[in-house]
Structures are given as C-alpha cells and as structure tokens.
Write a protein that binds this ligand. Structure first.
Ligand SMILES: CC(C)(COP(=O)(O)OP(=O)(O)OC[C@H]1O[C@@H](n2cnc3c(N)ncnc32)[C@H](O)[C@@H]1OP(=O)(O)O)[C@@H](O)C(=O)NCCC(=O)NCCS
Length: 138
C-alpha cells in the first residue's frame, strides 16, 4: 500500500496502547508498557502519515527460541498485505540473526479465526496446551 512507513524498534508505549485498544479494550498501564517496549527484542510498526496503523513485536534469545506477540493491523487497513509484511519482517530478523544451518523454534498464540493467517507462513499446531496465569506483582 502506498504512503506507508515501516519503523523498526521505535514503537512507543503510547502507540502500543492506542493500537491495543482498537482490538482488546482497556490497555495496560503506560508505566508497564514502557518497560515492556524497552525490553522487547524486536518491534515493527507501520505508519500512514503520522497515524500508527499496525504493529508486531517479538521476544527471543536469538539462538533457540522466539515468541511473536501483539500482531495488530487497524481494522480499516486490514486485508492490504500489512499483516503479511510484518510477519515477514519478524521472520527476516530471525533469519538475519540466527546461526546459519540451525533450526530455531518460533511460537505464537492465535485466536481460532486467525490460525489460517499464520498457517500461510508455515506455522502449525502441536499437541502442547497453553498454560497461563496473571501474577499480581506485590
Ligand atoms: C490478523 C491480522 C493481523 C491480519 O492482518 P492483515 O493485514 O489484514 O492481513 P494481510 O492483508 O497481510 O493478509 C495476508 C494473507 O492472510 C489472509 N488473512 C488475513 N486475515 C486472515 C484471517 N483472519 N484468517 C485467514 N486468513 C487471513 C489474507 O487473505 C491474505 O491471504 P493471501 O495472501 O493468500 O491473499 C489482522 O486481521 C488483525 O490485526 N486482526 C486484529 C488483531 C488480531 O486479532 N491479531 C492477531 C492476534 S492472534
């Protein structure tokens, strides 16, 4: 799509919360999100002019494992190839930084109606179940 700018490792906490809230309602706190952005390994954000329209981010150890998080394209920009471009940027980062000839485990969690989007890149399901908790920091 014309007129889009892709940025790397610039996604701010404010931008993250703005996009998060377009999909999942009330977002996390600014303080918590600032810390999270600071410690995210790789962030991709997409702008149309000054407006953030999409983001994706990834945790990882560079050698063995990565975890893709918070892939969001603003509703009115969906279906234009932006989601595909961002996933390809994340996979390129892994390829560019991994040890040649090795295999690297890439994981994510997807809602059932988004699974076929990720299958296009080669993701598939295994037998492991996702376990989760929300730990309240004392
Ligand atoms: C899922 C999401 C990131 C896809 O982004 P997008 O920019 O609309 O996707 P693209 O236009 O790049 O689509 C790439 C391909 O995936 C397909 N696709 C997109 N969304 C899909 C879906 N929900 N299910 C199946 N296929 C999908 C497109 O048809 C396209 O296929 P093609 O290349 O064969 O034509 C976007 O819909 C979104 O942000 N949704 C809301 C937030 C969300 O749920 N995020 C994922 C959390 S798991």
């Amino acid at each position: 799509m014309d007129g889009l700018t892709v940025k790397y490792n610039e996604l701010s906490a404010e931008e993250f919360i703005t996009l998060w809230q377009t999909v999942w309602g009330q977002g996390p706190s600014l303080e918590q999100t600032r810390l999270a952005m600071e410690h995210t390994l790789f962030r991709v954000s997409v702008f149309h002019g000054d407006k953030i329209v999409a983001m994706a981010r990834m945790h990882g150890d560079m050698g063995l494992d990565y975890y893709i998080k918070d892939v969001i394209v603003r509703l009115e920009y969906q279906g234009k190839g932006i989601g595909r471009m961002m996933i390809n940027e994340l996979l390129k980062f892994i390829n560019d930084n991994g040890i040649s000839g090795t295999n690297i485990f890439v994981e994510l969690c997807a809602k059932p109606d988004k699974i076929s989007f990720y299958e296009k890149f080669g993701f598939d399901m295994n037998d492991a179940q996702r376990l989760k908790m929300m730990l309240q920091v004392k």
